[in-house]
Design a binder for this molecule. Structure first.
Ligand SMILES: CC(C)(COP(=O)(O)OP(=O)(O)OC[C@H]1O[C@@H](n2cnc3c(N)ncnc32)[C@H](O)[C@@H]1OP(=O)(O)O)[C@@H](O)C(=O)NCCC(=O)NCCS
Length: 181
């Protein structure tokens, strides 16, 4: 049986404030990432992100499974799938004691810069319509709501669809004139 690393608590993590490392996930991380997905993203839903599905993404050349680690322990992760014109953020979760330390912002910046370098300029995502924290987070990063998708989550909960054009600076709206340099 696979032993999962222990969850860290707020009083353990102050030393890590500036010491998060971003690294591609290893195959051995998949069970922990599936657990984080069930615990933080899929609460109340049938778990859709199994360890084997996450393993598929770790192996797939057009997906990136990126982890943030503090002292070697996973504090957060994201899964992004890249296509020619659009990249899709499948999952993003930060372990509770590591939130509001800029970890998710760093993870998203890494994924967006990778997309930009690859010439994939639009990043799309869906989030649960009740997830106010995630909505505030994505809005702070310049993502804009495109619309709502009824029943997106297993027919029982709507999604909010958001997107950002990584060619625009954060906090600006695509199509708006940018100030002269
Ligand atoms: C949403 C989530 C990924 C944010 O991660 P995080 O590492 O705490 O985010 P950051 O520290 O990088 O936040 C960057 C900015 O986003 C905004 N933000 C983040 N969390 C917020 C919250 N709970 N309420 C309001 N604004 C928030 C703030 O503007 C923040 O900047 P600030 O801390 O300087 O004010 C995290 O709360 C999480 O994992 N939630 C559970 C899983 C989830 O909802 N995933 C996303 C949907 S799939």
């Amino acid at each position: 049986m696979c032993e999962l690393p222990p969850t860290r608590y707020a009083w353990d993590v102050d030393d890590y404030r500036d010491d998060y490392r971003l690294e591609p996930a290893r195959l051995a991380d998949a069970p922990r990432l599936a657990t984080m997905s069930h615990e933080f993203v899929e609460v109340g839903l049938r778990p859709a992100w199994s360890a084997s599905r996450i393993t598929w993404h770790i192996r797939h050349p057009e997906s990136i499974v990126l982890t943030a680690r503090a002292a070697g322990v996973i504090s957060g992760f994201a899964i992004m799938r890249y296509a020619d014109d659009v990249a899709h953020l499948n999952l993003l979760a930060i372990d509770t004691p590591h939130r509001r330390r800029g970890v998710a912002r760093r993870v998203m910046t890494w994924l967006e810069e990778t997309a930009f370098t690859a010439g994939t300029f639009i990043i799309g995502l869906e989030l649960r319509a009740t997830n106010d924290a995630a909505y505030a987070f994505y809005s702070a990063l310049g993502y804009r709501e495109l619309g709502r998708v009824p029943g997106y989550y297993q027919g029982i909960e709507p999604a909010i669809r958001m997107a950002r054009d990584v060619r625009t600076a954060r906090g600006t709206t695509p199509g708006m004139r940018q100030p002269a340099p």
